[in-house]
Design a protein around this ligand. Structure first.
Ligand SMILES: Nc1ncnc2c1ncn2[C@@H]1O[C@H](COP(=O)(O)OP(=O)(O)OP(=O)(O)O)[C@@H](O)[C@H]1O
Ligand SMILES: [Mg+2]
Length: 230
């Protein structure tokens, strides 16, 4: 189970012309591999995740997830692919205020149509895995920022994804809590044999990943752009 992007191009409408967000991007992330994506603001990192997650269809190029070519899929089939194969973790936890931690996870199982008893067991196991077994019945308002992000990770894993897409998971957290979240992502990537792509503009935690790719003006480059001398 892996992710392959092959010669992907993406543009957005920009007045009378088009803005190039991704320029001939090719990238492979293997199962069990944790890859960081860095680059300046506006370089195309979130666009790369959106294409990898089939949220946006590129102008050209191929996106293959867990062996499935996403290009020819209908929008219903793409929704199903996302539910069955992709977990998303965003900067803000995006949890529903009215639901407990446990219920946030059970909602995913409900959307998937999973067996309820099996879903409860899996949700409890995942909350235990992220260190929140004793807070399963708390709503987001009674969880810390780091704990909310842990619920977010557990929720992303609820559907047993092949691919985990993570955008700036630490930017709302202090350094130690950020390090703890990235450590957790590294561990679950290995334990569950995920292909994990994590966008971060902060290089502090990239030592926990297997590999770093740099994005500049929509292109993948070998090394970060040199910072101009002051
Ligand atoms: N929906 C959109 N419509 C038009 N242009 C967009 C859209 N989303 C992003 N862009 C533009 O595409 C380029 C890449 O944006 P993207 O969000 O992928 O950057 P990023 O690397 O994630 O930046 P940041 O670090 O600030 O989150 C930017 O120039 C941005 O202004
Ligand atoms: Mg972004």
């Amino acid at each position: 189970m892996s992710l392959t992007l092959d010669s992907v191009n993406l543009t957005y409408p920009d007045g009378d012309s088009r803005l190039t967000a991704l320029d001939d991007v090719s990238l492979h992330v293997s199962a069990g591999e944790f890859v960081a994506v860095t680059g300046p603001s506006g370089s195309g990192k979130s666009s790369l995740l959106a294409v990898a997650g089939t949220l946006i269809t590129p102008d050209s190029g191929r996106v293959e997830i867990a062996g499935v070519d996403a290009g020819p899929l209908s929008s219903a089939a793409r929704d199903r692919l996302r539910l069955e194969s992709i977990g998303f973790v965003f900067q803000q936890a995006n949890l529903l205020a009215s639901l407990t931690a446990l219920d946030q996870l059970l909602l995913v199982a409900d959307l998937r149509g999973d067996d309820k008893a099996a879903a409860r067991t899996r949700a409890s196991e995942l909350l235990e895995r992220v260190g929140l077994a004793n807070k399963a019945h708390r709503r987001p308002a009674r969880l810390s920022g780091g704990e909310r992000q842990r619920v977010n990770v557990a929720r992303a894993l609820m559907g047993s994804p092949a691919l985990l897409l993570v955008d700036e998971p630490t930017s709302a957290l202090d350094r130690d809590r950020g390090e703890a979240i990235v450590t957790l992502l590294a561990e679950v990537t290995r334990e569950q044999n995920l292909a994990t792509l994590m966008v971060t503009h902060d290089l502090a935690h990239v030592h926990l990943t297997d590999r770093v790719v740099h994005v500049h003006d929509g292109r993948l480059v070998d090394s970060p752009e040199p910072v101009p001398a002051a």
